[in-house]
Design a protein around this ligand. Sequence first.
Ligand SMILES: *Cc1c(COP(=O)(O)O)cnc(C)c1O
Length: 370
Amino acid sequence: MIPVNEPLLDGNEKKYLNECIDSGWISSEGPFVRKFEEKLAAAVGRRHGIAVCNGTAALEVAVAALSLKPGDEVIMPAFTIISCAAAIVRSGCVPVLVDSDPLTWNMEVRQIEAKITSRTKAIMVVHIYGLPVDMDPVQNIADRFGLKVIEDAAEMHGQTYKGRACGSFGDISTFSFYPNKHITTGEGGMVLTDDDRLAERCRLLRNLCFLPKKRFVHEELGYNFRMTNLQAALGLAQLERLNEFVGRKRQMGKRYTELLSEVEGLQLMPVKTEYAENIYWVYGMVLKDSVAFDAEEAMRRLGTLGIGTRPFFWPMHEQPVFRKMGLFNAESYPVAERLARRGFYIPSGMALTGEQIEEVTKAVKEVMKG
Ligand SMILES: *Cc1c(COP(=O)(O)O)cnc(C)c1O
């Protein structure tokens, strides 16, 4: 079986982890946490990095830090992971959706303005699968309407938009370090911002809102979302290799594209757009309408050939949990709906070998013959 993801941990990971164990620093108080925060913030050109226990927690802290009011609306893509909408709903706000671009699968920026009401307070941008959202028009709308921008860059380590690092856009941005991301800490995440006050709020929210001068006294409810020194040690070792990792992923994407571009019925990821070159967080594909079966069937068939796959995101407006809350009633986002049913991704982890790529593409061709 070729797994859908396997990370590469053969740099300084062991060395740094041993330092944690030898020194006894394993909690969030250890020195790797600050180091990792500073290095990542510097790598994307942000003033502050606040490490947390996962990417979902990072989004939750980011939204909470903006101090939005109950009932405030946040515009976001329908096609994304539930963490984005969950952070908005948990803060008492209302997620408002836009559909995806059928080629890049990113949020359709041209639909944002029509969704703005007097209650809109923020736009949550989510870069999907390897190509960034077209940020200039988003920031332009945000400036004109006085909206905050939250950038979910979980899948964008090492990516740039018009030469500027993803994770440096908007008022506040987030990363995840889950093992399928370009750099991993096992579980982990980070919030980044240039705003001193927002950074301070994130640090408080991450750590139960202990008052700095009066521990165990709380003016607000926070979370324990702290990252451990062990996780940060891994993160630092991984970050040292970010450029190499992005290179590997681009090479992988290039090879898959060469081998699969002639296969009938497959829509592959664009190699680039006007503003970025794909970094292939995952190697995804969408079955064209001419194909008689759906993604579920394609994945089942690939599974019998020993190839690991994952389905695409399931859109927010079709989530039973949100429907039960009365959200997104009778709304439809046809591109997101189609991506969910006809899209899937194939093995594309950092440790994937050239031979495995050949094997995977052979299986994909077999399955596409019908
Ligand atoms: C992975 C991911 C997250 C969540 O990160 P976790 O660390 O798994 O909680 C959030 N947003 C996007 C776009 C992601 O891909």
